[in-house]
Design a protein around this ligand. Sequence first.
Ligand SMILES: Cc1cc2nc3c(=O)[nH]c(=O)nc-3n(C[C@H](O)[C@H](O)[C@H](O)COP(=O)(O)O)c2cc1C
Length: 224
Amino acid sequence: MKTRLMAVLALVMTACCTNQTPKEEPLAATPVVHGAEILLPAPDLSRGMTVGEALQNRRSWREYNPEPLTMEELSGVLYAAAGINRPENDHLTAPSALALYPIRVYAFFKEGIYRYEAKSHKLVRVVEGDHMAVSGGQPFVGTAALNLVYVADRSVYAGKPIPMDKVTYLCGQDAAGYAENVNVYTAGTGLRSITRGSASPQLLQTLGLDEERYNFALAQSVGK
Ligand SMILES: Cc1cc2nc3c(=O)[nH]c(=O)nc-3n(C[C@H](O)[C@H](O)[C@H](O)COP(=O)(O)O)c2cc1C
């Protein structure tokens, strides 16, 4: 009896008092396959630092290594930029003037350019091949794993009594919200990013978009 009691006590001591932290599940790191579509996994909203820590960490990065983002990281970045966080009205993680959402998000990889579709949380290929230089001219642009380009579709303002210069201004403000969501997300999850204010004049042509309707709003490099 005494021996059994000792054994139970020993077990309890091992379980409670060894200061061992619970074994954490390793983060999934699924490689991205650049097919016609990239179906992103649901974002893991429990990852990363507190918002306060992420803000403390936020800065612009111009140094990147070529390591690609994993599916999980890509999912988090795009959810931060423009993910639907209220399915009841399809509103996004970023705000939008008049809730018109004129911003389209394009993801440039070495393998091709994709458009983000928030409803199905997926990327749809628009053009194959390396067009990174079209997303910006600074040398680090080509080394970052991902470049995001925010393009405004001004047609969503049709019928609104708002002058065109104000529309362009508001679209830029919307894009800044998307980009800053990403900056805070990357700062909080060990990634790097920078907001950028220019892209190549070839951008709209490369994306097959009409300049009467669309304009470049903002760009952003993201990586490690
Ligand atoms: C709208 C906007 C456009 C920017 N464009 C560029 C750019 O084209 N190239 C660049 O290297 N940095 C760009 N930046 C980053 C700023 O240079 C950077 O935020 C600033 O130097 C402050 O540094 P910090 O972000 O590390 O605090 C841009 C930032 C903003 C907000």
